[in-house]
Design a protein around this ligand. Structure first.
Ligand code: HEC
Length: 122
């Protein structure tokens, strides 16, 4: 009797470990999916708070969101390139709009929001 009990508890422990492992990997996958999706609500917030000061007024030659022509020569079809320029800085565009405390994800969301707004104006 005793050996049997220990076998069944070994099996229970093993299947519990499998279930837990399944949960953990599922959580990781869904977290990765979340951060690869642009969060437009956050993007809009970040844009208004940190980017609009130049991109609404056109200050310093910043292309405004309603000026579709100003964006035609830029890489609108390549969001990751635009994000890279916004994050690292590009010509007169300062790194993260000079708000270096912003996270890379926050800047990425702001760029995605900008791209969506520019497309709306077309
Ligand atoms: C201090 C003013 C200023 C702020 C603040 C600012 N920008 Fe810019 N941005 C510019 C200027 C100027 C350009 C045009 C750069 C050039 O071509 O000389 C530009 C260009 C860009 C471009 C186009 C880059 C390309 O590849 O053509 C993107 C995207 C961009 N900004 C995103 C952002 C985001 C996102 C924020 C907020 C986190 C932001 N900017 C804040 C001034 C600013």
């Amino acid at each position: 009797m005793v050996p049997n009990r220990s076998i069944s508890s070994t099996i229970t422990a093993a299947s519990l470990a499998l279930i837990l492992a399944g949960c953990v990997s599922e959580t990781k996958t869904s977290m990765r999916n979340d951060s690869s999706q642009p969060d437009y609500v956050r993007g809009r917030y970040v844009y208004n708070a940190f980017c609009a000061e130049c991109h609404d007024s056109g200050e310093g030659g910043a292309p405004t969101l309603d000026d579709t022509e100003a964006w035609e020569s830029r890489s609108l079809g390549f969001p990751s390139l635009l994000t890279n320029h916004a994050t690292e800085g590009f010509l007169n565009m300062p790194e993260k709009g000079a708000h270096t405390d912003l996270s890379d994800d926050a800047v990425r969301d702001a760029v995605q929001y900008m791209i969506r707004e520019i497309a709306r104006g077309e």
